[in-house]
Design a protein around this ligand. Structure first.
Ligand code: PMP
Length: 326
């Protein structure tokens, strides 16, 4: 991976190679972390963070589900991310805030382990490969089901959930596919290993509901809004597996995957076997908004440099921060 100069750890800026935790930290053994992933896009006005506040809020929600006391507000988390991108002098990057249970008493009960918080930023290309956005990806339906509703909460973006994602991804790669689609416990379509999924049938956009063991994706919500703005009907409904095989278009959404068309599922071409026309329109509208090329009518964009400049002119408000002090 490409490195940067600083990582944010518990309110301090630490050199990239010094950002370490103890091997007996709770998170290493029991998967006890919650995290976020978002992108900052390059623009003429400097890096733009896309839907920063929604990511900070989802992080706090994930932590709440696992009863982790983060100790920072959404506003403070936003500011720490803004500061970190700025001190690392990045024009565009991926952002990874992670809250985890640290080093204390090593047993399943996490009560005696401190809750820690780090943020990393680094330059990152296209998640599913450079061609994915135009040509689409080849996928299979996984033999691994997603988490049942009463096992582990899919609405929390928790480290442990990604063991399921890894099984799906590894199986897909082993069979020669780019990605796998997980079904939910009832056998309906859930999501990719790290993406939500949409199908398009007769110009209607359909995506599985939260009850289908999906992460409430921020790109999913963005696409639902953009889709409606473009005049399409958008529905959240259960999708039987075979609907994938007769859909006109299928695509994945995610902060990393952005909008990635699916060209083939289980050896069957989706539509013409390449990006479909509605997917292309949605991508165009999506990239225009994230790069600040269209009007930001939903206030989704945070201009890092401008926020830093306005921050410098204000007195520090949060004493416990050395960084993230606006
Ligand atoms: N589902 C899973 C399992 C994911 O890991 C992700 C990526 N965060 C998504 C969906 C898409 O969510 P978002 O659009 O908020 O990145």
């Amino acid at each position: 991976m490409q490195t940067c100069e600083y990582i944010w750890m518990n309110g301090n800026l630490v050199k990239w190679h010094d950002a370490k935790i103890h091997v007996l930290s709770h998170v290493v053994h029991y998967g006890s972390s919650v995290f976020e992933g978002m992108r900052a896009y390059k623009s003429e006005r400097g890096p733009i963070l896309f839907r920063l506040r929604e990511h900070s809020v989802r992080l706090l929600n994930s932590a709440r589900i696992y009863r982790m006391e983060v100790g920072y507000t959404a506003e403070q988390i936003d500011q720490a991310i803004i500061d970190l991108i700025d001190v690392n002098k990045l024009e565009e990057c991926y952002v990874r805030p992670v809250v985890y249970r640290g080093y204390g008493a090593l047993k399943v009960d996490p009560t005696d382990c401190p809750v820690e918080f780090s943020i990393g930023v680094w330059p990152w290309g296209k998640y599913l490969g450079e061609d994915a956005i135009e040509k689409g990806v080849r996928v299979c339906v996984s033999s691994w089901r997603r988490l049942a509703a009463d096992t582990m909460p899919a609405m929390a973006k928790a480290g442990g959930n990604y063991l399921s994602s890894q099984l799906i991804k590894l199986e897909a790669r082993r069979l020669g596919f780019d990605e796998g689609i997980g079904l939910d416990y009832h056998g309906c379509v859930s999501e990719g290993s790290a993406e939500n999924i949409f199908i398009i049938k007769d110009s209607v956009l359909i995506t599985p509901p939260f009850t289908a063991s999906v992460l409430p994706g921020i790109t999913r919500s963005t696409v639902m809004t953009i889709g409606r703005d473009l005049g399409y009907e958008v529905r959240e409904q259960n999708i039987p597996r075979e609907y994938l095989y007769i859909a006109d278009e299928v695509f994945f959404t995610g902060s990393a995957a952005e909008i990635s068309p699916v060209a083939e599922i289980d050896g069957l071409k989706v539509g013409e076997g390449r990006r479909g026309p509605i997917t292309k329109k949605l991508q165009q509208a999506f990239f225009d908004v994230v790069q600040g090329k269209s009007v930001d009518k939903y206030k989704w964009l945070t201009y890092v440099r401008e926020r830093r400049a306005s921050c410098r002119s204000k007195p520090a408000r949060f004493g416990r921060f050395r960084h993230g002090v606006c």
